[in-house]
Design a binder for this molecule. Structure first.
Ligand code: ZN
Length: 268
């Protein structure tokens, strides 16, 4: 394969393109095709591969996204650092719509999703105590703050199974635990990235207050998409600037995630 990329971006709801004049690549993986063709191009001096997480026509709901194929496709192109923008609901009144949260922790409330590459050929237990890349998080938070985003440089992302939104009681329970934001796609994406020794950084745009925080009728899908559409240009700029702020050489622990483990197959 000739086309290579160092950095991968997985775009969330409303974020269907990133690169102009990019090469489109159809990739096959052992886990089927990724969500869409992968576009590969440059941002400044960095080579970047982009996948729209839900497909460009938003055909994959959160629980049907081919997460394993997406991360595998990126790694097979040479990607080692992944940025993952997404839309989230806020569990805190002080993180209103438009807040950019760079989470440092994750709670998995999904069910029934395949969350490993290592389901045959022996057990592979990777460390997931800190699910996100410290270098990527610093680059994203610094860039967001420098470009006038209301930025939270840490927080706990609750990933729910969806596609329904939370009940008020669930939302209040999440908030009472001190968790910050709620989304539907951050898991298993984060663990699959770790299982491939990739750096993974989530950039979470708050589009609404979750049901337990809001006094009205709760969030609707149209409201989320409309808010995201209003912010997508700004979001794209932030992702592009963060790409260029990522370190060229990895000094974080992510690349050593599989050291000493016996893998049942070679990674791409
Ligand atoms: Zn890293």
């Amino acid at each position: 394969m000739v086309t290579r990329a160092d950095i991968g971006v997985i775009g969330g709801s409303g974020f269907y393109s990133l690169l102009d004049d990019a090469e489109e690549i159809e990739l096959a993986t052992p886990y089927g095709p990724p969500s869409d063709v992968v576009t590969v191009g440059r941002i400044g001096s960095r080579s970047v591969a982009f996948i729209p997480r839900h497909g460009r026509d938003h055909r994959f709901p959160p629980h049907r996204i081919p997460y394993r194929a997406n991360l595998w496709a990126l790694r097979s192109l040479g990607v080692r650092q992944v940025l993952a923008p997404s839309a989230v609901g806020s569990l805190r009144a002080d993180y209103g719509p438009g807040t950019m949260v760079i989470p440092d922790q994750l709670i998995d409330r999904t069910s029934g999703r395949v969350q490993t590459y290592y389901d045959t050929g022996g057990a592979v237990h990777v460390s997931f105590a800190d699910p996100y890349c410290p270098s990527g998080r610093a680059a994203a938070a610094d860039t967001a703050r420098a470009t006038d985003w209301h930025t939270a440089d840490a927080g706990t992302l609750v990933v729910i199974e969806g596609p329904r939104f939370s009940t008020r009681a669930e939302s209040r329970w999440f908030a009472a635990n001190g968790w910050s934001i709620v989304g539907m796609t951050g898991f298993p994406e984060a663990i699959l990235a770790r299982e491939l020794a990739l750096c993974y950084t989530s950039l979470c745009l708050v589009t609404d207050l979750d049901a337990g925080v809001e006094t009205g009728q709760g969030v609707t899908h149209d409201e989320v998409l409309e808010f995201f559409a209003q912010n997508v240009t700004r979001m794209r700029s932030l992702v592009s600037a963060t790409v260029q702020a990522l370190p060229e050489e990895r000094t974080c622990p992510c690349g050593s995630a599989l050291d000493g483990l016996k893998l049942p197959f070679d990674l791409p």
